[in-house]
Design a protein around this ligand. Structure first.
Ligand code: XIL
Length: 388
């Protein structure tokens, strides 16, 4: 009874204040000031706002206090020809991923003849700028060399031969960059979409059987025991049947002692689809398996032209994924799939869509970039040591 009366008084007071408006409200009795905390709060734990000038800093500087790598995919042609691109890439990011030049078709366009040049240039750029490298990707059903896909199609490459080709490819590439590449996407996009994901019907799955993933991880581990080995996919940012398929696979592989160290969540978002707001819970379950997690290819596309609604949606989308990462103790890296609209893959791949990256075509920072700065600068640091 007593409790009820208090509640009602509260409601009436609030109602009265609301009804009479702000000027009369100032004349109303003020609630007592809250007691001063016994010890002043620590910075980053509800403490004072960051000092002016501490927010507008390069992402890699802001991310460092979280122990988080912040990365971008690199277009090596832009790197060679565009000084402004080069400078931005060096200034903002502590991690880089080859957008294309570490894919099989690029590394071994002719059977037995490796074309290391472009990948080596990226490795050298990263070294000069103190950046870590996320290797992308050892096995994927796209961007495979013609000699390989044709050989399998015409039967001139059988299962036994494909097995030795794959083992040799993984061993050769991982050994070449041993000690230089921090982490590898060993298998990219292994699962199908939809309600009942299964291992995708690729040449690897078909000829080598479902254990090709475990074998690929073991071969990569033998070639560089220190490299962190990832599986990477799109549309697994939130909890859904596909991410759950990864969760089950990861659990099985860990139980079997297979060297799987992380899951890469691509984070290719599109404003026409629901935002994966449960990304924190999703990453948490992989974290609890002892795995690293990372957003590996984040971009947020929409149908052009830009308007303020879309801009706001984009800010929220980038921030949702970055926050999910910061909330996850072993989320080591947040990488965007290109940092400028000048070179983004989106307009080529998705007709009518674009503007998906944090910098515009003139390399000017967009609201999405400011949002990432805000989150990195103001988030607390409960998980500062992530091992990046
Ligand atoms: C894309 C590149 O950005 C394009 O330049 C290329 O033409 C096709 O591949 N998921 C991945 C990336 O894992 O390798 C893809 O990159 C984008 C989707």
């Amino acid at each position: 009874m007593k409790k009820l009366r208090i509640v009602m008084v509260g409601v009436l007071t609030a109602g009265a204040l609301y009804a009479v408006g702000p000027s009369a409200a100032t004349a109303a009795p003020q609630p007592p000031a809250p007691p001063a905390p016994a010890t002043p709060p620590k910075p980053g734990h509800g403490g004072p706002a960051p000092a002016p000038g501490t927010i507008d800093q390069p992402l890699r500087v802001l991310a460092a206090k979280h122990g988080l790598g912040v990365g971008t995919a690199i277009d090596v042609n832009a790197l060679a020809n565009d000084a402004a691109y080069r400078e931005r890439a060096a200034r903002e990011f502590s991690a880089v991923t080859a957008e294309n030049v570490m894919k099989w078709e690029s590394l071994e366009p002719v059977r037995g003849q490796y074309n290391w040049g472009p990948a080596d240039e990226l490795v050298e750029f990263a070294r000069r700028n103190g950046q870590k490298i996320h290797g992308h990707t050892l096995l994927w059903h796209n961007q495979l060399p013609g000699w390989l896909t044709q050989g399998v199609a015409d039967g001139s490459i059988d299962s036994a031969e494909l097995r030795s080709i794959v083992k040799n490819h993984i061993t050769t590439v991982v050994k070449r960059y041993r000690g230089k590449v921090r982490s590898w996407d060993v298998v990219n996009e292994a699962f199908t979409d939809g309600d009942n994901p299964v291992l995708r019907d690729t040449i690897f799955r078909r000829l080598l059987g479902p254990d090709y993933i475990a074998d690929a991880l073991r071969w990569a581990h033998a070639a560089d025991p220190k490299a962190k080995l990832f599986l990477n996919d799109y549309a697994i940012d939130g909890i859904n049947p596909k991410s759950t398929a990864y969760y089950e696979l990861a659990k099985t592989l860990r139980r079997q002692g297979v060297p799987l160290h992380g899951i890469g969540f691509q984070g290719h978002l599109d404003l026409q689809y629901p935002l994966p707001i449960d990304a924190p819970q999703n990453l948490a379950r992989f974290d609890q398996l002892g795995l690293e997690t990372a957003f590996t290819e984040v971009d947020v596309r929409y149908f052009l032209p830009t308007d303020t609604y879309k801009e706001a949606g984009q800010v929220g989308s980038f921030n949702t994924l970055l926050s999910a990462c910061l909330l996850t103790p072993r989320c080591v890296m947040f990488t965007v799939w290109g940092f400028t609209d000048r070179y983004s893959w989106v307009p080529d791949a998705f007709s009518g869509q674009g503007a998906a990256t944090p910098f515009d075509e003139n390399l000017a920072p967009k609201a999405a970039y400011r949002g990432l700065q805000q989150v990195l600068a103001t988030a607390s640091v409960p998980h500062g040591r992530r091992g990046f």
